[in-house]
Design a protein around this ligand. Structure first.
Ligand SMILES: Cc1ncc(COP(=O)(O)O)c(C=O)c1O
Length: 385
């Protein structure tokens, strides 16, 4: 059975072009880039090239890119590094809908004496910028707000938010893990100080990421050890990962506009058909300000996990907005923050597309989904028959 992969916000396929580019770095070009010999030196040059490609996608300077082990490390570094560089400030502002790579860190910091403000969102998943502005005070070390939500695809007005924070001399970090490659960025004209990205969300391998650090931003190193990354991130470089991330960024930069157009029209076709053909379904999140590849739909009175299992039987991969933790189904913190009713939050499914999806895959899913929903509704104790 063919796999239909609509779970690209979880991870993406490594692009064939990326795979071909990184292959020599395992068994042939395996030297340590810090070594003095020519063998090592040539790897250093390749890393420099990769850094330039990433900088080109983001429109920033190569020296503003630090390689990390992924989005989680980039987020941790941005938060912990900023706080360590400003030890007298004790307040952090974030949102209720962040990825755990930010939210868990902030909540842990709260246990260590920091004041953490988690801004609420409205029904569309959007923030009240006035509230944000009012929260920023002299004690605020950092505002950390995601670019685009991994569950709903909702995009925040990040430039406005960055201006609000930096206008009050507060460092601004954004977790842009889901936005890179799906949204054009120009960091040379932006007020963003720190930005996290992750390779495996844009067709590079897992375990590689980067943190953009605007020139002049005060940031203490998070990983201590050797002198790699100009002393800003210790640890022998993940050379194949770095080369792969460079190539993936080059591909993204080349095709971003037309690819996003194509992906968006597939997403819209899927979304419109499911909302029309499945009674009791509703879209979660701001329809306008959204990533082009993501749709999050609730199918009321049925369990998201049951839908996933039935989709799986047809080879369709998606994900649900609830996670089965210790036997009880806990609805997603993002949907809860948006006030999505319990019965709808439990039946939410995220379909996240990529450049590799086809119209046939969308059509097949449109055919199967109503069948699945009707079958589960027949079994649901919450539906009157
Ligand atoms: C918004 C967001 N931030 C951070 C991460 C973590 O990235 P990584 O898996 O590279 O650690 C993810 C991954 O799902 C994400 O979606």
């Amino acid at each position: 059975m063919k796999t239909i992969y609509f779970d690209n916000n979880a991870t993406t396929k490594v692009a064939e072009e990326v795979f071909r580019e990184i292959e020599p770095y395992f068994c042939q070009l395996y030297a340590n880039p810090s070594s003095m010999h020519t063998f090592g030196g040539q790897i250093g040059i390749k890393i420099r090239n990769a850094r330039e490609k990433i900088a080109a996608l983001l429109a920033c300077e190569p020296s503003e890119i630090i390689f990390t082990a992924g989005g989680t490390e980039s987020d941790n570094t941005a938060i912990m590094g900023t706080l360590a560089a400003a030890p007298n400030k004790r307040k952090i502002i974030t949102t209720r809908v962040e990825h755990p790579a930010v939210l868990t860190v902030c909540r842990d910091l709260e246990n260590h004496g920091y004041a953490v403000v988690e801004l609420p969102v409205d029904k569309q998943g959007q923030l009240d910028l006035k509230q944000l502005e009012n929260e920023i005070d002299d004690d605020t070390a950092l505002v950390t707000i995601m670019y685009a939500n991994n569950e709903t695809g909702v995009v925040f007005p990040i430039e406005k938010i960055a201006e609000l924070a930096t206008g009050k001399s507060v460092v601004f970090h954004t977790d842009a893990v889901q936005a890179i490659g799906k949204t054009p960025l120009n960091l040379s004209k932006s007020s963003i100080d720190l930005l996290s990205l992750s390779g495996h969300k844009l067709h590079a391998p897992k375990g590689i990421g980067a943190l953009y650090v605007k020139k002049g931003t005060r940031l203490s190193p998070f990983m201590l050890g050797g002198h790699q990354e100009a002393g800003r991130r210790a640890g022998t470089e993940n050379v194949p990962g770095i080369i792969g991330l460079g190539k993936a960024c080059e591909l993204a930069a080349k095709n971003i506009e037309e690819e996003n157009q194509r992906v968006k029209s597939l997403r819209d076709k899927l979304e419109n058909a499911l909302l029309e053909k499945c009674p009791g379904s509703r879209l979660n999140g701001d329809k306008e300000n959204r990533l082009p590849n993501t749709t999050n739909i609730s199918f009321e009175y049925i369990e998201g996990e049951a839908i996933l299992l039935m989709l799986d039987k047809y080879g369709i991969c998606a994900s649900s907005g609830s996670a089965c933790t210790s036997g009880s189904l806990e609805p997603s913190h993002v949907l809860r923050a948006m006030g999505v009713p319990f019965t709808a939050a439990h039946g939410s499914i995220r379909f996240s597309l990529s450049r590799y999806n086809t119209e046939e895959e969308v059509d097949y899913t449109i055919e199967k989904m109503p069948e699945i929903v009707n079958k589960l509704r027949e079994l649901s104790p919450f539906v009157s028959k």
